[in-house]
Design a binder for this molecule. Sequence first.
Ligand SMILES: NC(=O)c1ccc[n+]([C@@H]2O[C@H](COP(=O)([O-])OP(=O)(O)OC[C@H]3O[C@@H](n4cnc5c(N)ncnc54)[C@H](OP(=O)(O)O)[C@@H]3O)[C@@H](O)[C@H]2O)c1
Length: 295
Amino acid sequence: MKMLIFGGSGRTGQIMRNTAISAGWQVLAPTHAECDLLSPDAVSREVLESGADAVVNCAAISGLEACLDDPLSAHMVNAVAPATMALACRHTGARFVHLSTDYVLEGHKPGLRDESCKCKPANTYGESKREGELQVAEALPSALILRVSWVCGNPAKPAFVESMLSAALQGKALSAIGDKYSLPTDAQDIARVVLELLPTEAAGIIHTCSGGEPLSWHDCVSLALQTAVADGALAGMPQVARTALAAATFFRAERPRHTAMNNARLTQKLGIYMPSAGETLQNVTRRYLQSLKGS
Ligand SMILES: NC(=O)c1ccc[n+]([C@@H]2O[C@H](COP(=O)([O-])OP(=O)(O)OC[C@H]3O[C@@H](n4cnc5c(N)ncnc54)[C@H](OP(=O)(O)O)[C@@H]3O)[C@@H](O)[C@H]2O)c1
């Protein structure tokens, strides 16, 4: 069985690629230089000529400020390219999996959001990703659209949690925003979920994140540090200053405050295991600490 992965060099794409290869898939993963997602022709050709049984889109312009600065490229890569992939998969019959984000959701009120909740992106990134969701669903109703959030767990591409662990190990002063909420997703869980869903009839939007109540970045960092202390990597629990989103003036694009997702469709209706957020942060921390021993 052959899988075509777009964005195979990214945080999630690297893990998707390794996981699929370990599971026995033949993987094609064109680089950015080999297939620029700004070109619908190149995207279409790649899918049509790949002979792939499954196409997984882990590519995106995922930086909020990058999208703000170049909305046309954000639109092309985050919306037009996935729609083109979906259309090409309709032609070839390949199963299509597209990754989306909690940032498509309205982020004003606290709580957990399921797949029926209102979408109202707060920024250009979220707008382009929502457009991608809508166009993929229209082009190929059987496509899987997995909304993920706060992706971590690839030590080679450190996310916020890994960066804070690194700073703590170097004895640096730590601070984290304490009034913005979501749930972390381990890239290894994303890859596993993709492989488990591929042979099923599941389609449409699926919230794919850890379980539990919404966490702030400060909560996530504290849980990761607790594991590092318990495992002996840190002598004691470092202080983490709690900061406010409104004070993060280095963010130019607006961030939604409350986008934690309820993963019940995935876990209860589709019967796919997802760890709690606490377990995810423990797994991600241990993987990161382990990677340092090997480096
Ligand atoms: N990271 C998060 O916390 C997060 C949260 C919610 C949702 N998501 C979603 O999850 C998915 C994976 O995110 P990620 O963080 O793993 O992504 P990432 O690390 O930012 O990687 C993005 C990938 O897309 C590729 N790419 C970007 N522009 C391209 C272009 N014009 N042509 C070809 N390739 C291009 C990049 O290749 P180059 O590096 O070579 O340019 C890279 O391989 C995305 O759909 C993202 O929106 C991520």
